[in-house]
Design a protein around this ligand. Structure first.
Ligand code: G6P
Length: 471
């Protein structure tokens, strides 16, 4: 029976070592949830990196354990982690694609490591691949994989989804290996992006940098029809709504509230990343407390920063900047019984997140640039009483669907400051009108629909390609 092979840099599992013992922690991430219904079925598999460097005998043990869970590990050496993952993926592609061009670096050695690591993933796929299988590759770390597979298996079905933005061709062209990256992706049959703009940028790069002509969303690559489309990713709405409505989340909310006091809370929750706009949000909050002193003591920020890529210097610097700003603002406006910013540098389980989503009247999600941003959707799904206000950056992919949020330009500090005031003072009827409309949207386009749509588009295209070939 034909199977589906999911491929991403990270497996939907985290392995940690606690005193010589290997602990397997399943990922709660959106992608893992959405694809869970696929890769656990039949002979389907998920291929990726387990996120830890191990000794040879441990690799063997992990491989056996993962095979039982329908996963196949690709182990990366320390130098591959350094050059492929922390280097080219996260210090060339990530900053370029998020328009942080001052953070981007171009090291030939890291590009070579990127090519070799992509080959390693392609080899791992080849090992398990049969002719009728469908391969679905995810994200910027693996842009060369589709072409590497296409060269070896000309007729196999390959889909690719880009989870981060695709930059304008003016920025993309700065990367020395731009054409190779485009051709890498064009090995796929179907390429998905979160937004129409990302898709348009990609098409324009294909045309202007690699000479391909396109018609609407179709590109002809050596007589092979490649299609691109925008498919915004959703969440498992019921999971978040049910968790937020559970007795446990309610009990946690009550107990946190007892300790915190009655002030209004603004939720800020992201991975540690400069693209998320955390310092700008903190500065806007500081300015807000200064401009509207009547709110001092009445509103606090609940700041959760999830550790990420902290070996990359720009991330380390960001952590220091956030810590400095939190200390500065708390020192300036805090009192014996008022903490302006409650700061947590760690991740939390879903029960806690649900309690946080419940107790924060406002969620302020203001990235400088973000492919989608699922936290904004999780917040919406968790608002059991259909109230609360979402302040959302125009630069997040989610803003295209969530037009009832208070949309802000994260570079416009005055607008950010005002949005906090507007959110705090928004009448309940308006909160409900906006929240109810956003809940309808998020409930309608879930992660499960997204998966089905992608797979159906891919299969449908394959049929049309075959019909074209037999004409
Ligand atoms: C973003 C990317 C993912 C990545 C995740 C966490 O959401 O789109 O591909 O896995 O960040 O980053 P990390 O570097 O820890 O995998």
């Amino acid at each position: 029976m034909a199977k589906t092979i999911i491929v991403s840099n990270r497996l939907p599992i985290r392995i940690e070592k606690e005193e010589e013992e290997l602990i397997y922690k399943t990922s709660e991430g959106g992608l893992a949830t959405g694809l869970g219904s696929i890769y656990k079925e039949n002979d389907n598999i998920w291929i990726g990196w387990p996120g830890i460097s191990l000794e040879k005998e441990e690799e063997q043990e992990v491989e056996e354990e993962l095979i039982n869970r329908n996963m196949r590990p690709v182990f990366l050496s320390e130098s591959e982690v350094q050059e492929f993952y922390l280097g080219f993926s996260n210090q060339t592609l990530w900053p370029a694609f998020h328009y942080f061009i001052h953070h981007m670096r171009f090291k030939e050695k890291e590009w070579i490591a990127y090519m070799q690591a992509n080959q390693k993933f392609a080899d791992a796929i080849s090992k398990w691949l049969e002719p009728d299988d469908t391969i679905w590759v995810h994200d910027y770390q693996l842009m060369l994989v589709p072409e590497l597979l296409r060269n070896k298996f000309p007729n196999v079905t390959i889909g690719f989804f880009q989870h981060i933005p695709f930059p304008s061709y003016e920025v993309f062209r700065m990367i020395p290996w731009r054409k190779k990256l485009l051709n890498g992706l064009l090995g796929a049959d179907f390429i998905g992006f979160h937004t129409y703009d990302d898709m348009r940028h990609f098409l324009s790069s294909c045309h202007r940098l690699a000479g391909y002509s396109y018609n609407r969303n179709q590109i002809l690559v050596k007589n092979r029809l490649v299609e691109v489309d925008s498919l915004p990713m959703g969440i498992d709405y019921d999971k978040y709504a049910e968790s937020a409505g559970s007795q446990l989340a309610k009990a946690k909310e009550i107990s946190y509230r007892d300790s915190l006091g009655p002030q209004d809370l603004i939720l800020s929750m992201d991975r540690l990343d400069y693209s998320k706009g955390i310092p700008g949000r903190l500065r806007a909050f500081e300015k807000f407390l200064g401009e509207y002193p009547e709110y001092q003591g009445r509103v606090s920020m609940f700041l959760i920063v999830v550790p990420s890529r902290d070996k990359v210097p720009s991330y380390k610097e960001l952590k220091e900047e956030v810590e400095f700003l939190v200390g500065h603002i708390n020192g300036k406006y805090g009192t014996i019984n008022y903490v302006p910013i409650h700061f947590y540098y760690r991740s939390f389980p879903l029960d806690d997140l649900s309690a946080f989503y419940r107790m924060c009247k406002i969620a302020m999600i203001t990235p400088n640039r973000d492919g989608m941003n699922l936290v904004s959707k999780e917040y919406i799904a968790s608002r059991e009483n259909v109230d609360g206000v979402l302040i959302l950056s125009e630069m997040a992919g989610a803003s295209k669907e969530l037009s009832d949020a208070l949309l802000v330009n994260p570079n416009d500090e005055a607008q950010m400051v005002l949005s906090i005031k507007t959110a705090l003072e928004m009448p309940l009827s308006e909160q409900k009108r906006r929240m109810s409309s956003m809940q309808k949207t998020v409930q309608k386009y879930t992660i499960f629909q997204w998966v089905d749509l992608f797979i159906n588009n891919l299969k449908d295209l394959k049929k049309r390609q075959l019909a074209m070939a037999t004409k």
